[in-house]
Every structure is written in structure tokens, then in C-alpha cells.
Ligand binder design. Structure first.
Ligand SMILES: [Zn+2]
Length: 417
């Protein structure tokens, strides 16, 4: 049975040029005693947007690990796939993020709901999570409402899981179930019954990605009350533990945080809570690497700087089009975006400081950062030029990528400083 290690990082590398720098950060963490399993993830949406294939991610992961002599486990994640998009990922992926968000709220068949309710009946009333102070109260009515909201999604997750298992075979891949791309968070009680549903559907889920309170906008920090997040995160962790022992789910089942990248203000809470209970975590960092490519090219000056300025100018022209697919996960204040005229006068340092996620820097502009985050399509339209620039400025770009993953993400999460 393939199992995912205690700590794992989802490393998004949309253009497939930074795997080596990302791996270097993983190796640096290992040198400090933190073993993190790298997982290269790329969603169908990202592939479609820039015209790449799932096999490209596999080639990159195999290539960079081989070159580095990295002989520990690593995975290739078919990120946010569903029944319609999974096919072309099956062969070359060994980690599947089954996204059931769009099925939430659809009602399962009456018989399935009744079966689940009779099965879950003994959890109505007070449920005490053994070995902890934590307990929650439910009622038959509440369980029924949860079943009506989530059971259909669990059944769909099973359909997608089966489709993969039929080709790859049981135990040969990691299964994640994600429900994060929705507007309303799932409560710990809902999570408990969702896990029961996934267990009843015989899905050997190793990571689960719920939606948490607060906003997880792309590429910028968490918006919301970090204490509220911490409260739910801790409860969810205990719920997962209990669900594993109650429902016979894989005992390495852990939380997957789809952060949309860079949720620095909640990292210390995640870090201290997983430490407190000695639990693992899977953290997806997604598009943060693409932003480092832009930052690196800006710092390179010359043609690199001209190219990223052009990307920004075009992104202003077609802002609505770029933002539409990401409407739920970005929050851009148009009035805070610098004008073309202003940016045309910037040098590389000024451009880079606007985008670099250093909250203490007065030049840092989270609105511009979010816009560039969703503007990768524009680099995809000039892919030859973009790749040539990345290759010509490899040293500076890979340094940005490495420092971002190692110092801003890994160090913060595991408090290595
Ligand atoms: Zn997600």
C-alpha cells in the first residue's frame, strides 16, 4: 500500500521549470531534521489554461528527483480532478485529489440516505472523542441534514475513486478528497459524518481538504480571524483521529490545507497544533512558484523586466477575463492596482518588491500580487519567449523559488528559525 509520509508539501510548478529549486528546499528541510514528502500537483484548470499535459508533471518530477539523487518517496498529484477530467491523469499520476465540491448540496437517493442514517444512528446525542476534552452534540435531524447535503458527494467520490482503482489497482496511489472550493466552511461535526460516508463508500482516503472559515485568496495571506481558524483546525484534527479509529480509515489520514498559497498568519497555528498532537499535514502551496518566476525575471532586469511589465499591462487590459475562473478565491481592489504609466517607470527592484510576499515591505501590493497570480495564462500565450527567459535567468529565478519555499513556507510552518 502506497502511503503518504507524515509531512508533505504540494508543490505547484505550472510551467515545469522549478522542480529542482523546489526539491532543494525539501532537501534543506531534511538537513534540518524535517522530512517532507514532495508532491508535484497541477490541476486540470492549470493544464487547460496553458496547454500542458499531465505527463509533463510526471517527467519533471522523475527528472529532478533522479538528478538530485533523491531516493525518498515523491508523488505526482492530479489536483482537483472529477469524473469528467480524471482520465488523462490516471496513467501518470499516483496521487489524486478527488474534488467533490460541485456535488455538495445535491441529494442522494432516498434509500442511500436511509441506510446511512440507520448506520449513523448511534452517534446522535453527545459524541465524546476518546482521550480528549472535545465532544460534540448532534441530533437525528442534524445527521439527516448532513446526509442530505454531503452523501451524494461521497457517492460521487466513490465513482471517481473506482474509475482510478480499476486502472491502477488498489493501494497503488494516494487518495485525497477535497471540498475546499466552496463558499461555506464545513464544521467539525460535518467533517465527522463526511468521513463516515467516505469510509462506508470504501474510499481509502489519506488526506482530506475541508473548507475552513475565513478567506483563502490566491497568493496572499489569510483573511479572517486566525483564532477561529485555529479552533476549527484543532477540532478537525481530533475528529479525524476519532474517525480513523471508529470507521477504519487509513491510520495516516491527515488534513490537507489548500492554502491558495502563502497563508502565513495561520502557519504558526497549524505548526503548533500538529506539534501538540504529533500529527501530520499536507500543505498545498500551488501558484506561489509562478509568482517567484515573475519576481526573478523582474530582478534580472533587461528583457526579463520588460516581459513581466508586459504581462502586468495585459493583465490590466483583460482583468475580468483572467479573474472570472477564480472569482471565489481572489479579492482584488482595482483602485489599488498601480497604473501602466506608474509601472513603466519602475526598475526591477521596485517591481519585485511590489510582488514579493513580504508584508513588512511598504512596496508590497497584495492586489497586484493576486492579479499576477491569475495571469499565468498570458505567459502561456508566449511560452517560447517565457521559457527562454526562464532559462537565461535560471540562477536568479531558482534562487527566488528556493528561498520562497524554504524560508517563507517551510521555516514558518515548522518554526525552524
Ligand atoms: Zn483546493
Amino acid at each position: 500500500m502506497k502511503t503518504l509520509g507524515k509531512y508533505s508539501f504540494g508543490l505547484g510548478d505550472r510551467f515545469g521549470h522549478q522542480g529542482q529549486a523546489q526539491l532543494k528546499a525539501i532537501i534543506a528541510a531534511s538537513d534540518k531534521g524535517i522530512e517532507i514528502t514532495p508532491v508535484w500537483n497541477k490541476s486540470n484548470r492549470e493544464h487547460v489554461t496553458i496547454g500542458t499535459q499531465p505527463i509533463d508533471v510526471r517527467r519533471e518530477a522523475d527528472g529532478v528527483t533522479k538528478n538530485a539523487g533523491f531516493n525518498k518517496p515523491y508523488f505526482v498529484d492530479a489536483d482537483h480532478i472529477n469524473i469528467g477530467t480524471v482520465d488523462r491523469f490516471i496513467e501518470c499520476s499516483d496521487f489524486f485529489t478527488i474534488d467533490v465540491a460541485s456535488y455538495i448540496g445535491m441529494k442522494a437517493e432516498e434509500k442511500d440516505i436511509l441506510d446511512f442514517l440507520s448506520d449513523a444512528e448511534n452517534y446522535s446525542g453527545e459524541v465524546k472523542l476518546k482521550g480528549t476534552e472535545f465532544s460534540f452534540k448532534t441530533s437525528k435531524l442534524q445527521i439527516k441534514e448532513i446526509a442530505e447535503k454531503y452523501l451524494f458527494a461521497a457517492v460521487k467520490a466513490r465513482d471517481i475513486y473506482k474509475k482510478i482503482e480499476d486502472v491502477k489497482g488498489y493501494g497503488s496511489f494516494i487518495t485525497e478528497v477535497s471540498m475546499d472550493e466552496v463558499t461555506r466552511p464545513q464544521t467539525p461535526i460535518e467533517l465527522f459524518f463526511i468521513l463516515k460516508m467516505l469510509a462506508s463508500e470504501n474510499i481509502p482516503v489519506q488526506t482530506i481538504a475541508p473548507k475552513f472559515p475565513g478567506r483563502f485568496n490566491k497568493g496572499v495571506d489569510y483573511t479572517g480571524d486566525p483564532l477561529l481558524f485555529a479552533r476549527d483546525f484543532e477540532s478537525d484534527l481530533l475528529v479525524i483521529d476519532y474517525a480513523v479509529s471508529e470507521f477504519g480509515l487509513p491510520d495516516n489520514l491527515k488534513m490537507s490545507i489548500h492554502s491558495g498559497s502563502d497563508k502565513f498568519s495561520i502557519y504558526p497555528f497549524i505548526g503548533s497544533i500538529i506539534k501538540k498532537y504529533d500529527k501530520g499535514i499536507h500543505l498545498k502551496t500551488a501558484g506561489t512558484t509562478w509568482l517567484e518566476e515573475i519576481i526573478g525575471l523582474a530582478e534580472s532586469g533587461g528583457e526579463g523586466l520588460e516581459f513581466v511589465k508586459e504581462i502586468y499591462f495585459k493583465s490590466l487590459d483583460i482583468k475580468e477575463e483572467l479573474c472570472a475562473p477564480y472569482a471565489d478565491v481572489i479579492d482584488i481592489k482595482a483602485s489599488s492596482l498601480p497604473s501602466k504609466q506608474e509601472v513603466s517607470l519602475w526598475n526591477g527592484k521596485r517591481f519585485s518588491e511590489s510582488l514579493k510576499h513580504e508584508p513588512g515591505n511598504s512596496c508590497y501590493n497584495p492586489d497586484m500580487r493576486q492579479l499576477i497570480h491569475v495571469a499565468y495564462k498570458l505567459a502561456g500565450l508566449q511560452i517560447k519567449t517565457f521559457y527562454a527567459l526562464l532559462e537565461a535567468n535560471e540562477k536568479i529565478v531558482s534562487k527566488c523559488v528556493y528561498e520562497n519555499i524554504y524560508y517563507r513556507h517551510i521555516n514558518r510552518l515548522f518554526d525552524l528559525n
